[in-house]
Write a protein that binds this ligand. Structure first.
Ligand SMILES: [Fe+2]
Ligand SMILES: [Fe+2]
Length: 415
């Protein structure tokens, strides 16, 4: 944009005896379309010879002047606003009744728990629930982000790049980025699964793409994006080609399914017993999204701790409440029940309590640790990623773990 600039006046700010430290210039200018524009610039005498630069009438002035809207002020304001917006966006428990189930073009009935499409914005992941009516096969689609499925009711199948996997409640699956997938239900009751995806994070990076294949068979659809697998040489380009090829080969050979029957729960010092569902520790190649399950014994609780959000807990079985607070003794209790999603947001201190004296509570914990949080830790060292009280307080909160009476492990049910 071309611009004509005319100096209108200048005023001094500072000590009159030694001359102004800062000189303010007000310009009246016009752009190519002849529209009037105003510019207000402050020149810091300590850093530039303002008058010399001004007589040149050059845009070089912007390199050496301090204005009320420099990169510094713009960035500072933008960052403060960003933090303020996200603090106002704090979520606690999303109840099953808050989820609006709607029929979709895919043939599934879907509802959003959290994420941009559920009007509860997130930065890294989203959470949704889907039902497949009996006899329905969904359309096929693929996308540039990956997703985890946790099956909660009925039975069904999911086809991933042409490989069909049968599932039942308690099973989990990984839908890799760019893999064509569709779902079906050949049973006589509705099947239901949760999905947790990395879409918001991939969208922030500008790489979120979705392709709907309708009812086309996978054989007629293009495969995942091709890649160059080998190149000789030790130059940076050849090294990159080989490195990315081996990375992609590993990514495309990750595990896709864990059956409920394979799970092994192990007791922890925090008063719970836990198992990985979908994690790099169990052979999955995800974008950093990970799922584990933990179980709180009848009438028991998990010890208090905190870590960065977005960490979510989907309540598979049971009822209880969670303490969420900015300090260990400054917060509120939030009740939850089967089908709710507990949002542990923004580094809050939290503790999950099972209110049922007879039955255990089971929750699926979802977050994006391996990529986003590890990167934050590397870049912001020191940055606390997990904090809990000293062992003696933790142990007192967890109670004597040897006195927990664990029920027999059974597949989840729905409803
Ligand atoms: Fe999908
Ligand atoms: Fe936690």
């Amino acid at each position: 944009m071309g611009m004509t600039i005319r100096l209108i006046f200048r005023t001094g700010i500072g000590m009159p005896a030694i001359g102004p430290a800062l000189i303010r210039y007000l310009f009246r200018s016009s752009n190519d379309a002849g529209q009037p524009m105003h510019r207000d610039m402050v020149v810091d005498r300590a850093t530039c010879a303002g008058s010399e630069i001004l007589t040149k009438g050059s845009l070089l002035m912007t390199n050496v002047t301090r204005t009320s809207t420099s990169h510094y002020e713009v960035q500072k304001k933008r960052r403060a606003q960003f933090i303020e917006d996200w603090r106002n966006n704090r979520q606690t428990v999303i109840r099953l009744e808050d989820v609006d189930m709607q029929p979709t073009d895919r043939g599934l009935i879907s509802g959003g728990y959290i994420g941009p499409d559920a009007d509860r914005p997130t930065r890294t992941m989203d959470a949704a629930v889907h039902e497949i009516p009996p006899g329905v096969t969904s359309s096929i689609h693929r996308h540039s982000w990956d997703a985890m499925m946790y099956c909660v009711g009925g039975s069904g199948w999911t086809e991933i790049d042409g490989v069909r996997i049968n599932w039942a409640p308690g099973d989990c699956l990984h839908l890799p980025a760019w893999a064509w997938h569709r779902h079906g239900n050949e049973g006589d009751s509705t099947s239901r699964y949760m999905s947790f995806s990395s879409e918001p994070f991939i969208e922030i990076l500008g790489f979120a793409i979705l392709e709907d294949g309708g009812n086309t068979s996978v054989a007629e659809l293009p495969g995942r994006p091709p890649f160059t697998s080998a190149m000789a040489g030790n130059d940076p380009y050849a090294r990159r080609v080989r490195r990315l090829a081996s990375e992609q080969e590993a990514r495309r050979s990750g595990r896709l399914h864990t059956s409920w029957d394979e799970l092994q729960f192990l007791q922890t010092p925090r008063g719970t017993r836990t198992t990985f569902l979908l994690d790099r520790a169990t052979g999955y190649q995800a974008s950093g999204i990970t799922m584990a399950m933990f179980e709180i014994g009848p009438g028991r609780q998990q010890s208090m701790h905190r870590h960065p959000g977005e960490a979510w807990l989907y309540v598979v079985e049971g009822k209880g409440h969670s303490f969420l607070g900015t300090e260990p003794d400054k917060g509120e209790n939030h009740p939850w029940k089967k089908g709710d999603l507990i949002i542990v947001d923004h580094f809050l201190w939290h503790q999950h309590i099972n209110d049922d004296p007879e039955n255990s509570a089971k929750v699926v914990r979802i977050h994006m640790f391996d990529t986003v949080l590890e990167t934050m830790r590397a870049l912001c060292d020191p940055l606390v990623l997990f904090e809990e009280p000293p062992d003696h307080i933790r142990n007192a909160q967890a109670g004597d773990i040897n006195t927990i009476v664990w029920p027999e492990v059974r597949r989840p049910t729905w409803p």
